[in-house]
Write a new protein. Sequence first.
Length: 116
Amino acid sequence: QVQLVESGGDLVQPGGSLRLSCAPSGRIFGLYAMGWYRQAPGKERELVARVWSSGGATLYADSVKGRFTISRDNAKNTIYLQMNSLKPEDTAVYYCNANTPDMDYWGKGTLVTVSS
């Protein structure tokens, strides 16, 4: 079964930047959207950003608008999350998600820690 592999999580100081990447281990048929979710300790998983394969429309959580940018490489089914002006409240495990009409795919997550 195809897996999503995230990378780029790290420890960063407040105000810093990170770039996350997500790539599938194989081809995903019928893919129509991919996105990033995050889950902080003691909190529910929440949508961070989403990008649709056709047209490239994007959606962002209010808490990251103006700071985070999601982008995609359709040829590779790869997405990226550029995170700028990071805040301690951005600390979480970030999960990659991919959607097809038949199923959703999830990665295992990459940890982002924002702390001085």
